[in-house]
Each structure stands twice: as structure tokens, then as C-alpha cells.
Design a protein around this ligand. Structure first.
Ligand code: C2O
Ligand code: CU
Length: 643
């Protein structure tokens, strides 16, 4: 898919250049008809293939981008002395085509298709006018006037687009369009009433009981030296990278006091994967205000789900998570299993002698300072070992485990039913996702390796051995385990055949344009960037189905706060293994997932890409329970900036 989209984008840009060249009688004009035809046919081939995957991957190309290209081809027939107005009109058609390809529209397509036709008509008219009124000496004034108007119109359009793309200085985070859920009424009327109803600040954890566990997290800047020697200018919780590992037991009331020593933009703590009451969710501008330097905030929730989770700041999260404001959260069952239990946390750090070439991947074991090399641990043969893999990176990370058969016993904190032994299988953990892996320690070493380093160099690893020494040459990682076909099915509360109360479609992609006044490439949901992304509005108790399609060329680990999603199908094929419950689902280019969840945790919840860079580039929306509202505001003037 990434290649196909690349072909589309690349060929569209070349087509624009070719037709544009023709416009100026550039010599390449005579290459136009052949190369143009070949490229256009190639594009149609790509569109046809995309169509065979899913109509929604091709609809924008077929309905919006192809018509102006077809017009351009028709208007620029092979004749050598082509009328100038034809050349001009063809160039215009190609330009519109290129725009529609690099900035793909989303459903409904007809308004965009209509706009294309209007644009084309204007182009043809202008080109005709140019030829008939702007030729010869007499036409000089007209030429200047037309050219000037065109330049002015372009500049004005750019300024308007740039201004229109500004995020509001201050707004409620759920003030964006409500996505049609297929029920006929998009919930607009109910949405209008969103200032009435329940204030989500009231949806806190138990305030009156004495907590079973108390933790303190203090956000502060620190210069940290990784175990492998690299230096990181970090923002930390309690001065360490990663933050302290919080381990609690199921059923305990957990109280965490967050303070901020000196992180200027303020911080919050979000409990990623834990379905806490809404007011405890730690999203700046939605469930609380960012905690400024010298400020504090107390979180309280009952740890109801067992499993592997993590916590991180949800204020400027792209920056703050990257720089270290995160840690692991483990909820053990009431009676903890015997054996060795280690959290292995993956993250890519910007190290000071590395700034030129970006990020260095490192692993942290049991909250020890991360290392880009091999971390060794002594484990007695016969011991049950549980490795809790947490991917705190933006990119999906492939983990390879060699030296012993192993089982994946949980995904995103949800137990896998009937896990079977695996040997030589690689595990792809989504950005923000978690896998629990269990094995019995053999007599020899076992090695977990993080493959595919972001920079293609170094592979941080964890080596377990009876003497805490030794080497293991890691075999190249085998096929990636498919969670949709692993383990055994069990009874489910709902499935693909259930009657859904709401059905939503999220089409993920990329676009070129302005966002918050800046030109660039942005990541979109249904063609828009936040706040022009559609809200998923639900009523409490609704059974919700969401189809997520990735029409773009990057992985998008979609994370829904406060709920777990059950994967129903991928690319039209039903999931066959253990029920696959996830809170962070990696949707690769060209993939199409259907997921379901019960709206059973009222409030306002973020739903965003956990490549936090993408979240900051617009790939953010919300799940909104009708009848709930927040007193918190977001935007530059409020100091709250969750992405
Ligand atoms: Cu782990 Cu909204 O985030
Ligand atoms: Cu993404």
C-alpha cells in the first residue's frame, strides 16, 4: 500500500510537471502524450488494484482525481501546434488532478468531485480568454491583468487556507463535527445540547476511602546517562528514565500524586490501557488542566483489570513522551504467580551525540536505566519467566525471542485464551501496545531482541542466562505472529453478528496542506485534521462497531481511551483465534479492521493515533457520550495541549 500510494503521488507530481511544461511550450511537451498516457494508465492500474482491496481505498482517485486528468488528456491531443487555450486547460486539469492525489478527499466524495469540475471549467475559461484576449501587442495589458489576478488569487487562496487551518485559541475539545453513525441522524441535535448534562469532573475514582497504595510522581528535567553511555536531555518522573515502575494488586485503590518541578508546559498522567473513571484519565484540556510548575494533581482509581499497562504525560505528549515522561504500570492478580516477572520497555531516545541522525532505540528492564546494548540477567533454569513487553515508541517494534519456546499470554493487558508454544516467531508490538510473554527458563541462554532499529543500527537485547553471562547469536526474526489467529476462541459478549447501535468508519491517511497556519504533510482521519475530524458520539450502553481503514503509507496504532476494542476482522477475514482485545491497534498501510466495543464507561475519551507525532499532526478524535461535557478547554490560550 505504501508503495502504491507512493506511485500515485509520484506519478501525479510528474504528470503535473509534464502538463505544466506543455503549458509553457516547454520542450518536454512532445513527450507529454506518451509519458502522460503511460503514467495515467499506471495510475488507473493502481486505482483498480486498490479498488479490488476495498472500494474506499480507491474512491477518491476514481471519483475526484481521475476526471480532471481525463479532461487534461482529452484537451491535449497529440497535435504539434496545439491551440494555446487547450494546452492551458490541460495544464489546469493536471494541476487539479495532482492536488486531489496528494491531498486525497474523504467521503462523501461528490462535493469534492463537483469542486473539481467547477475548477476545471474555470481553468478552461481562463485558458480560452488568455488565447483570445491576450495575444499580440494589444493583449499585453490583458496578459498582465490576468497573470496578476492569477498570482493574487493563488496568494489569497493560500492565506485563506492557512488562516482557516488555525486551531482555535480556546475551545472545548469535543467541539467538532459529529460522525454519522449510520443511524440516519448524526446525533447533531443531541450534540448541540452538550453543555447541559453531566460534568465529567464528577466522574472521579473513590474519594472517601483510604487508598491501598500511594505513589508520588514528580516531573522534572534531568540530564540522564543511559546504561550504554549515551546522554539524554530528558524530562523525567522522579529523576529516572523511565519513570518508576508502579506495581499494584487487582482490586487495590491506587492514589498517585503528581507534582511538577520544572516542566514549563505543564504535565499530566494518563493511565494507558486502564479503563479508569473519566476524570482520572489525565488528558490535558479534556479531563483536567495541565499541572504547571509547582502545581499538583491527585489521581485515584481502583485497579480492576490485571495486566501490563503504562502511564505517560498527556500534555504535549509528542514531546513529553519522547523525552521520557512515562513508566510502566503493572496490575498483578490478587495472588501473584511465582517466578521472574520483568517489564521490558522499548523506546527511542534522542541522545546528545546522536542529534544529527535522530533516535537510538533502547530497552529498559524492570525500570532500570535504558541500554542500547545487551542487558544481562541471571535466571535459574526451570523458573517461570514472564516478560512484559511495552512499546513506548512511536513506531511498531518487532521483538524476536530466541533460546526457548514461549507463549504470548496477554495482549494490551488482556489474557489470551489457549496460547500455544511458539518458536522463532517475531512479535510486533504497536506503538503504545503491550505483549506479555511467558516461558520456562531452559539450561541455556534466552534472548529477547528488539529488531529493526529505527536507524537500522544496533539491536538492543535482553539476555537471560543461568549465570547471568553469555551470548546468544540471535537468529533472524521469523514470521510475525498474527494475534487474529493465535490461541483458541471462547465465548464472547458480542461479535460480528451482533446488532450494533452505532457503526462508524475511520479512514486514515495523509494529506498535504496547511495545519494551524503551517504548510506540510499531515495525518488525517476522514480527510481532516483535528479539530476537523469527526467525533464518535454514542449513548451509554451502545454497542459500537468501528471500521478502520488505512489508505495511507504509514502505520497508525489507533488508541482508544477508557475502553477495550474487540477485533472482529482484518481485511474482511474474521478473527479466528483467542478473542483479541486491544486498546492500541496497529493499522498498517492497506489494512482494514473491524472492531467492536460496548460504551460502558461514560465520559469524553480520546481516540487517536499513538504515533504521537501523528496525533500532533492531526490524527486525533474523541469518543463522546451524549449528555456529558467538560469544563476544561484546549488551545494555545489555555495552556492545555494534549498532543
Ligand atoms: Cu497513551 Cu492518548 O495515549
Ligand atoms: Cu499514525
Amino acid at each position: 500500500m505504501d508503495i502504491l500510494v507512493g506511485v500515485l503521488n509520484g506519478s501525479a507530481i510528474v504528470l503535473v510537471a509534464l502538463f505544466g511544461g506543455a503549458l509553457f511550450r516547454w520542450r518536454a511537451a512532445r513527450w507529454l502524450r506518451w509519458s502522460g498516457a503511460v503514467l495515467a494508465l499506471g495510475q488507473l492500474g493502481v486505482a483498480g488494484y486498490l479498488w479490488s482491496l476495498d472500494w474506499r481505498f480507491a474512491a477518491d482517485v476514481v471519483l475526484v482525481a481521475v476526471p480532471p486528468l481525463a479532461a487534461a488528456v482529452v484537451l491535449a491531443p497529440p497535435a504539434r501546434d496545439l491551440a494555446p487555450w487547450r494546452r492551458g486547460a490541460a495544464g489546469f486539469g493536471a494541476l487539479l488532478h495532482g492536488y486531489a492525489i496528494v491531498s486525497p478527499p474523504a467521503p462523501p466524495y461528490l462535493p469534492d468531485a463537483g469542486r473539481m469540475l467547477v475548477g476545471l471549467a474555470v481553468g478552461v475559461g481562463l485558458a480560452w480568454l488568455w488565447q483570445h484576449k491576450a495575444s499580440g501587442r494589444a493583449g499585453r495589458g490583458v496578459r498582465i491583468a490576468l497573470g496578476g489576478t492569477a498570482v493574487a488569487a493563488l496568494v489569497a487562496a493560500g492565506l485563506v487556507a492557512s488562516a482557516a487551518s488555525r486551531v482555535p485559541a480556546e475551545a472545548s475539545m469535543t467541539d467538532h463535527g459529529v460522525l454519522d453513525y449510520g443511524g440516519g441522524d448524526a446525533g447533531g441535535a443531541e450534540h448541540d445540547g452538550h453543555h447541559a448534562g453531566v460534568d465529567i469532573s464528577t466522574l472521579t475514582g473513590p474519594a472517601d476511602r483510604t487508598p491501598d497504595r500511594r505513589f508520588a510522581l514528580d516531573a522534572r528535567a534531568a540530564r540522564v546517562t543511559l546504561a550504554s553511555g549515551e546522554r539524554v536531555d530528558a524530562w523525567t518522573f522522579n529523576g529516572t528514565l523511565p519513570g518508576p515502575e508502579l506495581r499494584v494488586r487487582q482490586g487495590e485503590l491506587v492514589e498517585v500524586t503528581l507534582t511538577n518541578a520544572d516542566v514549563p508546559a505543564g504535565v499530566t498522567v494518563h493511565w494507558h490501557g486502564v479503563n479508569v473513571p473519566n476524570a482520572e484519565d489525565g488528558v490535558a484540556g479534556l479531563t483536567q488542566d495541565a499541572v504547571r510548575p509547582a502545581g499538583r494533581h491527585v489521581y485515584r482509581f481502583v485497579a480492576e483489570q490485571t495486566g501490563t499497562f503504562w502511564y505517560h504525560s498527556h500534555q504535549q505528549s509528542n514531546d513529553q513522551v519522547r523525552r521520557g515522561l512515562f513508566g510502566a504500570l503493572v496490575v498483578e492478580p490478587r495472588t501473584a504467580a511465582a517466578g521472574t516477572d520483568l517489564v521490558v520497555l522499548a523506546h527511542a531516545w534522542s541522545t546528545s551525540h546522536d542529534d544529527r541522525d535522530g533516535w537510538t532505540s533502547a530497552l529498559s528492564v524492570a525500570a532500570a536505566t535504558p541500554s542500547t546494548g545487551t542487558v544481562r540477567r541471571q535466571v535459574t533454569p526451570g523458573t517461570r519467566v514472564r516478560l512484559r513487553l511495552v512499546n513506548a515508541d512511536n513506531e511498531p517494534r518487532v521483538h524476536a525471542l530466541a533460546g526457548a519456546p514461549f507463549r504470548v499470554t496477554a495482549i494490551d493487558g488482556n489474557d489470551v485464551a489457549g496460547p500455544t508454544d511458539l518458536t522463532g516467531r517475531a512479535l510486533l508490538v504497536a506503538g503504545g501496545g503491550r505483549y506479555d510473554v511467558e516461558l520456562t527458563m531452559p539450561a541455556g541462554p534466552v534472548q529477547l531482541t528488539l529488531t529493526r532499529d529505527t536507524n537500522g543500527r544496533g539491536s538492543p537485547a535482553v539476555l537471560l542466562s543461568p549465570d547471568g553471562l553469555g551470548e546468544l547469536r540471535h537468529a533472524p526474526p521469523g514470521d510475525v505472529l498474527d494475534p487474529a489467529a493465535y490461541g483458541s476462541p471462547t465465548d464472547l459478549p458480542y461479535g460480528a453478528d451482533s446488532a450494533f447501535d452505532r457503526t462508524f468508519t475511520l479512514l486514515l491517511g495523509e494529506t498535504i496542506g496547511f495545519y494551524n497556519g503551517r504548510p506540510g504533510q499531515w495525518t488525517t482521519i476522514n480527510g481532516g485534521v483535528y479539530p476537523d475530524t469527526p467525533v464518535l458520539a454514542v449513548a451509554q450502553g451502545d454497542l459500537v462497531k468501528v471500521t478502520i481503514l488505512n489508505r495511507g503509507f504509514e502505520d497508525h496504532p489507533m488508541h482508544l481511551h477508557g475502553h477495550h476494542m474487540l477485533v472482529l476482522s482484518r481485511d474482511g477475514r474474521a478473527a479466528t483465534g483467542s478473542p483479541w482485545w486491544t486498546d492500541t491497534l496497529n493499522v498498517a498501510p492497506g489494512e482494514r479492521y473491524e472492531v467492536a466495543f460496548r460504551a460502558d464507561n461514560p465520559g469524553l475519551w480520546m481516540d487517536h493515533c499513538h504515533n504521537l507525532e501523528h496525533a500532533a499532526e492531526g490524527m486525533t478524535t474523541h469518543l463522546m457520550y451524549l449528555g456529558y461535557h467538560t469544563p476544561h478547554r484546549v488551545g494555545p490560550d489555555t495552556g492545555n495541549q494534549p498532543e
